[in-house]
Design a protein around this ligand. Structure first.
Ligand code: IPM
Ligand code: MN
Length: 354
């Protein structure tokens, strides 16, 4: 039977975004031919350059248009000539919020042959997934400022946690943990000893929902302790669920222990809507246009995208190829130190597709 043609919106974005997205699409195209599926892309130019040219970040009409796609593939958002916050809030966070991508899924996996800064840790020790809440918390934008610029200035930034938002995130994490079928352990990462309102809600919800998942072991750790354990005993973790801010912080730590930003991918997921996949490393202005940046994170984000569309085989084979390229070819995952250019790494992943 003829399968549908997936419609993918591509936002290459800023800095090295276009370079890595090009390699990701190269790999997805090769995979589509090999593993028999079809997709077509539509490119959108949202990002710093467009903003500097037109003053526009992401028009509401674009959000409506993006809702018609099966998935969104994003390079990077962030431009050295634009004040921090404008593009992040105006594009990246606006997409996450308006498309209600309430999960930020970030696998932390050390591939064979990749260097980790953690002494004596091997691939079997570093393989867990962070489920980060993606629409609430400190990112909601609640708060304000009084008497700005005076000695009496007051600034507040509140963390918004709704029962609905917390529950749907925790439920996703339990389901994901069950489906992943490894240690069957879900760890709640919080700060119940200090943030006694927000994480009381998280903790109660965690246990109430957890009662419906008797096959999943429940574990809790404060966020500061999680940082410690991620370095000391990463093998303890299977799936970690946490709020937006803590998730942001611990996944940068996660990226480092899995070998760096060059390989760290993530998905902004709306299980009932349109999801968006991105390398989590940002726009890397220093390397822009130099054909030096590592495209593996973007390629892995492409694999996550295909997985979400149901192209499980293609996703798995891309991951297998990335693992092969890491173990047999690349000298390092760091930009400029791979022993290959950005384009060549993309070619290697295509050539090694099993
Ligand atoms: C990330 C990034 C973003 C975030 C920034 C760019 C707004 O750091 O995707 O982790 O804080 O979520
Ligand atoms: Mn981040």
């Amino acid at each position: 039977m003829d399968k549908a043609t997936y419609k993918i919106a591509v936002i290459p974005g800023d800095g090295t975004g276009p370079e890595v997205v090009r390699e990701g699409l190269k790999v997805m195209t090769a995979a589509s031919e090999k593993y028999n599926f079809k997709f077509e892309t539509t490119t959108f130019d949202f990002g710093g350059d467009r903003y500097l040219r037109t003053g526009e970040t992401l028009p509401d009409s674009a959000v409506e248009e993006l809702k018609k796609f099966d998935a969104i593939y994003l390079g990077a958002i962030g431009h050295p000539d634009v004040k921090p916050g404008i593009l992040e809030r105006g594009i990246l966070l606006k997409l996450r919020f308006t498309l209600d991508q309430y999960i930020n899924l970030r696998p932390v996996k050390l591939y064979p042959g990749v260097d980790t800064p953690l002494k004596d840790k091997r691939p079997e020790d570093i393989d867990f997934v962070v489920v980060r809440e993606n629409t609430e918390g400190l990112y909601a934008g609640a708060g304000g400022v009084l008497k700005k610029g005076t000695p009496d200035e007051v600034a507040t930034q509140e963390s918004i946690n709704t029962r609905k938002g917390v529950e749907r995130c925790i439920r996703f994490a339990y389901n994901y943990c069950r489906k992943r079928n490894r240690k069957k352990t879900l760890t709640l990462c919080g700060k119940t000893n200090v943030l006694t309102y927000a994480f009381d809600l998280w903790e109660r919800t965690f246990h109430e929902v957890g009662a419906e998942y008797p096959d999943i072991k429940r574990d809790y750790a404060h966020v500061d302790a999680i940082c410690m354990w991620m370095v000391k005993n990463p093998e303890w973790f299977d799936v970690i669920v946490t709020d937006n801010m803590f998730g942001d912080i611990i996944t940068d730590l996660g990226a480092m222990i899995q070998g760096g930003m060059g390989i760290a991918a993530g998905g902004n997921i709306n299980p009932e809507g349109v999801s968006m996949f991105e390398p989590i490393g940002g726009s890397a202005p220093k390397y822009t246009g130099k054909n030096m940046i590592n495209p593996l994170a973007a390629i892995c984000a492409g694999a996550m995208l295909l997985e979400t569309l149901g192209e499980t085989e293609a996703a798995q084979k891309i991951e297998d190829s990335v693992a092969t390229v890491c173990s047999r070819h690349l000298k390092s995952l760091a930009a400029g130190k791979m022993g290959y250019t950005t384009t060549e790494v993309g070619d290697l992943v295509v050539a090694n597709l099993p």
